[in-house]
Design a protein around this ligand. Structure first.
Ligand code: NAD
Length: 270
């Protein structure tokens, strides 16, 4: 009797698992997504995951070769994607990326404003004016341009969801990358205001705040020093950020807007 009971329990679990799995592969069916900085790291992982879960994805990056490689990976797995060369710090290019999404797939429902750089590493007195301007342009101004052009396209598409990549450094400070910290705090504030402005028009807007994640971006830093900052005792993986972004972009997060989601192994709890 005991074994039989266990067998039935197992079969039920298996069915539930299969049901969950098929739900996941259709999670974003009929949705069009634009992902910036999608040629590498967090953006790449998110583009792959959204496509796997049914979205048609515009893989946007300043590096067209990198974007095309990600598109090829998506197509090889049976997904739908197109590559777009976009320097997000140039408003006309951001507009072009949004137009391209609508031309390619007929609408725009989801956006992940994620492209970013670490920028010049220097204390404030030595940080060049050019270095300051560049990181503010790419990490903050670009997110405004993204929202500015994506929101009207989403309103026309019947609503949508946006996630902006901030950072733990959009919530707390650190030394020697003041422009990065200021830009990411800016993204946090911009996301809050955007969520308020469009909450009653069917667009949810949240920010994601990764701890240190294993991507080329952290190349200049000593990994063991960064690991020490995370109570979990390791760095994060881009896929671990992608899972949270996909949740925030999905209908399962229907009451989540204006939130700051940390994905940081408890970094900011200390
Ligand atoms: P990454 O370097 O692996 O990828 C960034 C991508 O953005 C690259 O493909 C690059 O070509 C592209 N890019 C750079 N400038 C661009 C521009 N002007 N226009 C369009 N594309 C541009 O880095 P990542 O770690 O995946 O970073 C993605 C985002 O996550 C960034 O906003 C970064 O600040 C943020 N973030 C990263 C970490 C981390 O530890 N890696 C932590 C917190 C936040």
């Amino acid at each position: 009797f005991k074994n039989d009971h266990l067998h039935h329990f197992y079969v039920g679990e298996q069915e539930r698992y299969e049901e969950e799995r098929s739900k996941m592969s259709t999670r974003f069916n009929n949705k069009v997504a634009l992902v910036t900085g999608a040629g590498s790291g967090i953006g790449r992982s998110t583009a792959l995951l959204l496509a796997k879960q049914g979205a048609k994805v515009v893989v946007s990056d300043i590096n067209l070769d990198a974007a095309e490689k990600v598109v090829a990976e998506i197509m090889a797995a049976g997904g739908h994607a197109v590559a777009n060369k976009t320097d997000t710090s140039r408003p006309e290019e951001m507009k072009q990326a949004v137009d391209f999404a609508v031309e390619s797939f007929g609408a725009l429902h989801l956006a992940f404003n994620n492209a970013g750089i670490l920028g010049e590493v220097n204390p404030i007195a030595e940080l060049s004016i050019e270095g300051w301007r560049r990181v503010i342009d790419i990490n903050l101004n670009a997110v405004f341009y993204g929202l500015h052009y994506q929101i009207p396209a989403m309103l026309k598409s019947g609503g949508g969801a946006i996630v902006n990549t901030a950072s733990i450094l959009g919530l707390v400070g650190t030394k020697n990358i003041s422009g990065y910290v200021a830009a990411k705090h800016g993204v946090t504030g911009l996301t809050k205001t955007a969520s308020l402005e469009y909450a009653d028009q069917g667009i949810r807007i949240n920010s994601v705040h990764p701890g240190y994640i294993q991507t080329p971006l952290i190349g200049e830093f000593e990994e063991s020093e960064l690991v020490k900052l995370h109570p979990v005792g390791r760095l994060g993986k881009p896929e671990e950020v992608a899972q949270v972004v996909a949740f925030l972009l999905s209908d399962e997060a229907s009451f989540v807007t204006g939130s700051q989601y940390t994905v940081d192994g408890s970094y900011t709890s200390q």
